[in-house]
Design a protein around this ligand. Sequence first.
Ligand code: ADP
Ligand code: MG
Length: 450
Amino acid sequence: MLAVLWQDLLSDISLLVDSATFETWFRPLQPKELREDGILVIAASSQFAVDFLEQHYKEKLLSLARNRLPTLREVLILATDESQRPTPLASPRSFSIHAVPKAVVPPTTFNQNFTFDTFVVGPGNEFAKSAALAVAKAPGKTKFNPLLIYGGVGLGKTHLLQAVGLFLASQQKALRIAYASSEEFYLNFIDAIKNNSSRKFSDSFKSADILLIDDIQFLSGKESTQEEFFYIFNTLYQNQRQIVLTSDLPPGSLKGLQDRLISRFQWGLCVDIQPPNLETRVAILKRKAEQDNLNIPEPILLYIAETVSSNIRELEGIIIRLLAYSSITKRDITIDLVKSILKGTQKNEKPRFSIEQIIETVADYYKVPLNNIREKNRRKEVAFCRQLAMYIVKSFTNYSLKSIGLHFGGRDHSTVIHAIQHIEFLRKNERSVASDIENIISLLSNQQHA
Ligand code: ADP
Ligand code: MG
């Protein structure tokens, strides 16, 4: 029973957290006991892990466990030595840190395709590219320090960040380039604390000539990591080292990041990347097709570019499918083939609405002021609208739980999970909620086609 429950729980969790988090924090856990009074006891290998899980995942674990076993009352996470004790609730917390498995952080290398040369420029991204190139040519010497590039998913932020790194690496071999996603930064930092090597961690970053950090929105809510980042930032900045950052939100909207960090980001230059217009999409498709030696007639390129407009990663996806088709069948690429490929993707693909559009439509539908949905308003009907808006955002966009939380007043992702589960429950059990959702989705689709 316990083993089965645990396996189920683990598989639920693995769907909700990224794989590094899963391997680091959840895989090492041991189920210990399912008590008659409805308490599930889990052992973690250190007090540090216990504290981390309690702080970030306690509610989520409990709600997932309750989904599997409704009679469950509580999930107790204990450090291994403690879990043996008869009255764990009363036992004092020990702060000794035991050896735990090393955090699984994938080694980061640059993608060799992410160069300035392969980056196609259009009105939405040319400023960002020029700024990145200027910085790569004279790191630390321009006014663009730090350089913060922000914009939606799949629009080329990581590409530009790595282009800076690749450019510098090719020009000046001796440069020390520190590159990490915020998530890696965070996981490595946590790992360093566990291993008593946070000094080493911080020195390694402070001695860098260039600091490149991707997706800083991920640091939101992670106070001690931000603290560490703040000191690293200051040291490098004072030594006129170049710092380049990316974010999926403009600095002003980065909820959960300390104000002093946000204000430092604004010392330099913040540039955004906008979705590509039609010409740029065609140019990108052409470039990708050339790279892959794929011969696609002009009208077909135009057709694809007109049909797929949301982001560049998707355009690449179409090229990859065409490439697969043509290498297998050795036939030419025709408009009918493209149509069938696009239809295939669109059938599985949900229509895309913007997060703003969704919030506005839900607010309008329930006649609730827009700002109440975005902010921390606890009135019951507002909370319901907000949860429903989160549910629709999750269903119709690619935003992560984390970033959905950020768009709704800086809520953490366990709140978002709870909201989604709650609405899913209501949708199945209350006819009025199900029909509200249908109505809202059709309102959204109508806007799309208007
Ligand atoms: P983001 O980090 O903004 O989510 P990425 O940088 O990962 O997006 O870009 C997604 C994909 O689209 C990558 O394969 C990237 O090479 C490609 N891409 C994005 N912008 C451009 C561009 N302007 N020219 C060519 N390829 C691009
Ligand atoms: Mg990216």
